[in-house]
Structure formats: C-alpha cells, structure tokens
Design a protein around this ligand. Structure first.
Ligand SMILES: Cc1cc2nc3c(=O)[nH]c(=O)nc-3n(C[C@H](O)[C@H](O)[C@H](O)COP(=O)(O)O)c2cc1C
Length: 146
C-alpha cells in the first residue's frame, strides 16, 4: 500500500473540513492508505509516500502544532527527499500559511510539491471542498504511479 499522510491543524474547523474532503478524494484511489491526523512523529513522516499539510493562517504564520511536527522531523534528521508534498488551509485576510508550508516542504525537506496550494477564505464552499477532493485524488494517483 502507498501511504498518504494528511496532517492538519484547525482551531475553528474550517481547515478540518478541507482535510476531510482531501482525505475522501485520496481514499477514492485504490491501494492508498490515507492517514488523517493533527500530530505525526518523524517516523510517520518518513514512512509516508506523500505528505499533505493543512495549515490555517494565524498571526500571518503557520500555527505551532504544525511547526512542532516539522521541527521534530528536522531535528530527527528524517529523509523526506523525493516524497510528494502539497498544502492547503483556510484564512481570513492574508493567508500566508499554506505557501509557507509548501516552501518548507520543498526547500527544507526536498519534497516534490504540487502547486499552488489551496487557500480558502473562512468556511470552505462545496466547490472548494471539491477542489480539495481533487487534490487528494491527484496526490494519491501520483504516488500510485498513475
Ligand atoms: C487570533 C486570530 C488571528 C488570525 N490571524 C490571521 C492572519 O494573520 N491572517 C489571516 O489570513 N487570517 C487570520 N485569522 C483568520 C483565520 O485564519 C480564519 O478564521 C480561518 O478560517 C481559521 O481556520 P481554522 O477554522 O481551520 O482554524 C486569524 C484568526 C484569529 C482568531
């Protein structure tokens, strides 16, 4: 089984809805094991074939739980080069976090990133949830080599 990790933070549920839709899209591809969680140990990142991060923007920044996971992975020295990466998140007015996450995945950890990230203003609309499903499905297809 190919492994797809969807890691997210969400304080008021908007990014969580996106994460659930993305996981649903990924699960529509046979042979992909999708894990949806808000914390992951470095080993779990190392074991995943794709890492998709849901990051809401707070204070123009990525929130601490996501930073913590990335910092722990960096400290543990896990090798993530060549894995597939993507990012998404809800925001209110500036929305930097998904871009920042993608930049870290690409330049700090060497993932092959799918761009652009999906950024949604506050609560996702049904069409935007569809975009998340599509992103999940395409990441899953990439790691299945389709
Ligand atoms: C204290 C606070 C700070 C925020 N800072 C920002 C910000 O700097 N830029 C931005 O685009 N949105 C900001 N927002 C808006 C949130 O990103 C927005 O409410 C988003 O939908 C939250 O996603 P979540 O439900 O997944 O937590 C902030 C919201 C709060 C409550």
């Amino acid at each position: 089984m190919a492994k797809l990790l969807v890691l997210y933070d969400s304080q008021t549920g908007n990014t969580e809805k996106m994460a659930q839709a993305l996981a649903e899209g990924a699960r529509s591809v046979a042979g992909v094991d999708v894990d949806l969680k808000y914390y992951a140990e470095p080993k779990e990142l190392a074991e995943a074939d794709a890492i998709v991060i849901g990051a809401p923007t707070y204070y123009h920044d990525i929130t601490l739980p996501i930073k913590q996971v990335l910092e722990e992975a960096a400290k543990a020295g896990v090798k993530l080069q060549g894995k597939v990466g993507a990012a998404f998140g809800s925001y209110g007015w500036s929305g930097e976090a998904p871009e920042q996450v993608l930049e870290i995945l690409k330049n700090r950890f060497g993932l092959k990133t799918i761009e652009p990230p999906i950024a949604v203003l506050y609560a996702p609309k049904e069409t935007q949830l569809d975009d998340c499903r599509k992103l999940g499905k395409s990441v899953a297809e990439v790691i299945m080599g389709k």
